[in-house]
Design a binder for this molecule. Structure first.
Ligand code: ATP
Ligand code: MG
Length: 291
């Protein structure tokens, strides 16, 4: 469920040989539940570093990170993995789907790590795939899907655990402009449905869907501006465009806005992750997975 996110003087240093890189320098940010923040800035400015910290894929050198009431900056690896599985959904530029798994299995992975039983896993995953317009592609492997379809699978995977926070690092970066617009439409939908979203982008069109654009330069926030997108607003007119843009999802369209929190029906909390959760740091997240 959405939670208030706040980071306070978060700093990340990398040491390479004798050099120290200050990738993130005392960054503080408060993100309201249900808001959408775009992070922009030149290459090397610390955007992905920030996302990796927000996503609990990495630990800060110093500073505080709170999700709701929980301080998560100083957690052990195991505790971070658990928090990540339960609270965070990722969408990456390169999709990061498991190549030998079907779309359905890919979406179900976070549920497996959360200890959800197979039948429920597959049902919930199928529901989400239908919502992203891929009801007829569930058995396809990633190589049998277009780029935009792969990203929609990744979006379904990011949503399946009902995360408090959705992180997208250049989600349209590898897509042509039409497909990028489709993915943008889905971000709008997630936002309209009340999700908390942080999206890194170089694309002004993506940034303008957000309510707020935070710009990083050299690891620091140099501007934090509110975007006036009230004309038609993300929850109003755009929502319809978004649905129209899903084209192939015609039979599922009516499902999309209604599901709000993203799950049809079941919605029950996942059993505690402990059991099925293994040592694997982030099957739901690790950029290294596809390597
Ligand atoms: N694992 C690492 N080890 C050492 N230095 C790193 C590491 N990861 C990132 N950096 C450095 O930290 C700085 C910020 O990198 P980061 O990946 O956050 O940039 P970015 O804003 O995401 O850039 P891009 O737009 O190119 O993706 C860069 O100077 C980079 O070289
Ligand atoms: Mg980056």
């Amino acid at each position: 469920m959405p939670a208030h996110i706040s980071i306070d003087r978060l700093t990340k240093h990398y040491v390479v040989g004798h050099d120290r890189v200050v990738a993130l320098d005392n960054v503080s940010l408060s993100i309201e539940p249900g808001s959408m923040v775009a992070v922009m800035g030149p290459s090397g400015s610390g955007k992905s570093t920030l996302m990796n910290l927000l996503g609990l894929l990495d630990t800060p050198t110093s500073g505080s990170y709170r999700i709701g009431d929980a301080e998560v900056a100083g957690l052990s690896d195991a505790a971070r993995s658990r928090e990540r599985r339960e609270r965070i959904g990722f969408i990456f530029q390169s999709f990061n789907l498991l190549p030998r798994k079907s779309a359905l299995e890919n979406v179900a992975i976070p549920l497996m790590y959360a200890g959800v039983g197979r039948t429920e896993r597959l049902e919930r995953s199928a529901t989400l795939l239908r919502q992203v317009g891929l009801g007829d592609r569930m058995r396809h492997r990633p190589t049998e899907l277009s780029g935009g379809q792969q990203q929609r699978v990744a979006i379904a995977r990011a949503l399946v655990n009902e995360p408090a926070l959705i992180l997208a690092d250049e989600p349209t970066g590898n897509l042509d402009s039409q497909t990028g617009r489709e993915v943008l439409a889905m971000l709008r939908q997630m936002h309209a449905a009340g999700r908390t979203i942080v999206v890194v982008t170089h694309d002004r069109a993506v940034a303008e869907v957000a309510q707020r654009i935070v710009t990083l330069v050299d690891g620091r926030i140099v501007s934090d501006e509110l975007v006036d997108n009230t004309a038609g607003g993300p929850a109003a007119g755009h929502g319809q465009d978004a649905l129209a843009a899903w084209g192939s999802a015609s039979d599922e369209r009516s499902n999309v806005p209604a599901t709000g929190s993203g799950q049809a029906g079941d919605g029950g909390p996942a059993p505690d992750a402990g059991s099925a959760a293994d040592a694997s740091p982030a099957l739901d997240a690790s950029p290294a997975l596809d390597a």
